[in-house]
Design a protein around this ligand. Structure first.
Ligand SMILES: Cc1cc2nc3c(=O)[nH]c(=O)nc-3n(C[C@H](O)[C@H](O)[C@H](O)COP(=O)(O)O)c2cc1C
Length: 359
């Protein structure tokens, strides 16, 4: 049992050469606490520094917008201007000084962007968005690569490309949202073309940076077998150093295990490592994922509730996260700022009813 408990604290080396001090990733969490003009705030720094100090090996920022028009949230910071560099530099420093590897999550909101009146882009037209043309796609690719370049200039070790949860790159992957008949629609290869081109452009512009991608095992119209095929290819051919596969919930992880019992174990790991995120809230569940063949585990909710979750796991081998809902005071003590509390109050069951009413 003891040998087992140590595995989450074993360092992990990425193909980029960066070494994570353990197998625990702080998942990307939107906090809506950045400044209205797209700059990083003091609250952003405090929030992430607490998680890095708490011992996470890999720390992801909140989703950052790669263009002004593709912001998907209020209070979201951006990577599309040099004016943001000082704030980004402060954020990178706040995480790195505590020994974590720091990645910016790069996002294009696509059809989920706040600006919809003709300004939002999607693979195929929707009531809120127009279909992206070739010129738009070239701009999208350049925006991701510029965002990566700026992140590295700010001192981050690299970036994660957000291709999950129905934002632009996930919409391209999804055959229901992507009804294109050009080279970016149709077969899985075609639907993944934009993602591939984004990843390749980032590699070219930031060759020594750590490159991660986030996919969702169950993303709308994309079949699980297609998702696993794509994930396997991206890892095997070295398109990414880390693939963060969201399984959302223990039941989804079990479903994946049942459908492909050997997938995690037999996947070729020469070029990239595979992490799972979703529903991990105890030492036991984390160890089970690592035992199943995951290289690392991403943690969101339990890391909101326990900024020092890795330290807790080390000190208490049977550690379990406390359960939701949490009070506003409890969350404030753990770095949740007032705008972030407002956002969390919209998530079912996160904040106690009494405090939701007050938020
Ligand atoms: C408040 C909140 C904000 C989130 N923001 C993001 C985000 O910016 N980018 C992203 O890829 N996922 C985001 N997620 C999803 C988490 O990263 C994670 O995949 C999900 O919460 C499942 O993990 P968990 O069960 O450990 O919370 C968010 C989740 C929560 C609860």
């Amino acid at each position: 049992m003891e040998g087992l408990m140590h595995s989450m604290f074993e360092p992990l080396r990425l193909a980029s050469g960066h070494v994570l001090r353990n197998r625990l990733m702080f998942a990307p969490l939107t906090t809506q606490q950045s400044l209205a003009d797209g700059r990083v705030s003091r609250e952003d720094r405090h929030w992430l520094a607490m998680r890095a100090q708490g011992g996470f090996g890999l720390v992801l920022t909140a989703a950052a917008a790669v263009t002004a028009d593709s912001r998907a949230f209020r209070g979201q910071y951006g990577t599309y201007s040099d004016a943001f560099l000082p704030g980004m530099t402060g954020l990178a420093h706040a995480v790195k000084r505590h020994g974590a590897i720091a990645l910016v999550q790069l996002q294009h909101g696509g059809g989920r962007s706040l600006r919809t009146a003709g300004g939002a882009l999607a693979p195929s037209p929707t009531p809120a968005a127009r279909a992206a043309n070739r010129g738009d796609l070239a701009e999208v690719i350049d925006a991701f690569a510029s965002g990566a370049e700026r992140s590295v200039r700010a001192g981050f070790h690299g970036v994660q490309v957000h291709a999950a949860y129905g934002f632009l790159l996930a919409q391209f992957l999804d055959p229901q949202a992507n009804r294109r008949t050009d080279a970016y629609g149709g077969s899985l290869d075609n639907r993944a073309r934009l993602l591939r081109e984004v990843l390749a452009a980032i590699r070219t512009r930031t060759p020594s940076a750590a490159l991660s991608v986030r996919l969702n095992f169950r993303d709308r119209g994309l079949r699980p077998d297609e998702m696993l095929a794509l994930a396997g290819e991206l890892l095997v051919d070295g398109a990414v150093d880390h693939l963060d596969l969201v399984v959302e919930h223990p039941a989804v992880f079990e479903e994946m295990e049942a459908a492909r019992p050997t997938w995690l174990r037999t996947l070729n790991r020469r070029r990239g490592v595979l992490g799972l995120t979703g529903g991990f809230s105890s030492a036991r569940s984390i160890e089970a994922a690592l035992e199943s063949g995951a290289d690392l585990v991403g943690i969101g909710t339990a890391a909101v509730l326990h900024p020092d979750l890795p330290k807790q796991l080390l000190a208490h081998p049977g550690f379990r996260s406390r359960t939701l809902p949490a009070t506003a005071d409890y969350l404030a003590e753990r770095g949740v700022s007032p705008p972030f509390l407002d956002y969390l109050a919209d998530w079912p069951g996160f904040v106690t009813e009494a405090d939701r009413a007050a938020a």
